[in-house]
Every structure is written in structure tokens, then in C-alpha cells.
Design a protein around this ligand. Structure first.
Ligand code: THU
Length: 134
């Protein structure tokens, strides 16, 4: 999938977002190392905290279908600002793809290219539990 197709896949999820509380739809498209793409949107809840971000929706869809290796993720919101993943999503992404490419796309189609290490430096991961050297 081209970058433009990945952005379009993320944008296409804005209509699926369930956001009766924030009215802030977010779409994500996660590309696996084998080229498969899993999309996600945010899904909110009346009790607020059970709500799930678009990025985590995409990760859970991918992992539950047998994919654990990811190349890049595109994230978009209906805003002129770039929508960066929240702290919880950064940690969830680092579990499977510590060097993930993170592509933020705003409403105007502008793109900010980042990496997960930039967004989550000195992260905690599975190696910290095992004591394995980097
Ligand atoms: N949200 C996401 O889905 N992804 C982000 O990167 C930031 C925030 C959601 C959570 C909530 O449903 C709404 O946006 C407002 O915070």
C-alpha cells in the first residue's frame, strides 16, 4: 500500500468513530511488516474510561488476527492540528513495534513523520523485564 493509500485508509475510519462524548473522531491505519493493513477508530463509552483510541483499536484488531510485526501507522483527525497518539497508545505500540514509523496527517493533508522512539524515549519494554542487553 502506498503512503497515500494508508492515509486514505485512516481518513476513511473517521466516519466509523463512535464519539458521542468528545465529538472528536480519530482514524488510524496500521501497516504490518507483511503488508497487511488494519484500521481503527476511537470507540467511546458512557463511563468514559473504557473508551478506546483509534490506534489501540487497530493494534488489537491486528494482533487478534495473528499479526505482531508492524512497519508504520497513519493517524488522522478532523483537525488542522496533528493528532499524536496518547501516552497509553504509545506504550501499546512500543510493545510490538519499538521502532514504528508514525505518520500524522491533518485535515489539510499535511504530514508529520515521526518515529516511536521520538514519541516515547527511554521507554519501558519486555527487555526491561528480562534484563536483556539492548
Ligand atoms: N483519541 C484517539 O483515538 N487517538 C489519539 O491519538 C488521541 C485521542 C481519542 C480518544 C477520545 O475518544 C477522543 O480522541 C478525545 O480524546
Amino acid at each position: 500500500m502506498t503512503r497515500e493509500e494508508l492515509y486514505a485508509a485512516a481518513r476513511g475510519m473517521l466516519d466509523r468513530a463512535y464519539v458521542p462524548y468528545s465529538h472528536f473522531p480519530v482514524g488510524a491505519a496500521l501497516e504490518c511488516e507483511d503488508g497487511a493493513v488494519y484500521t481503527g477508530c476511537n470507540v467511546e463509552n458512557a463511563a468514559y474510561s473504557p473508551g478506546c483510541c483509534a490506534e489501540r483499536t487497530a493494534v488489537v484488531k491486528a494482533v487478534s488476527e495473528g499479526h505482531r510485526r508492524f512497519r508504520r501507522i497513519a493517524i488522522t483527525a478532523d483537525s488542522d492540528r496533528f493528532c499524536a497518539p496518547c501516552g497509553v497508545c504509545r506504550q501499546v505500540l512500543q510493545e510490538f513495534a519499538p521502532n514504528l514509523e508514525v505518520l500524522l496527517v491533518n485535515r489539510k493533508g499535511e504530514v508529520k513523520e515521526l518515529t516511536l522512539p521520538q514519541l516515547l524515549p527511554y521507554s519501558f519494554g519486555s527487555d526491561d523485564l528480562t534484563g536483556r542487553e539492548e
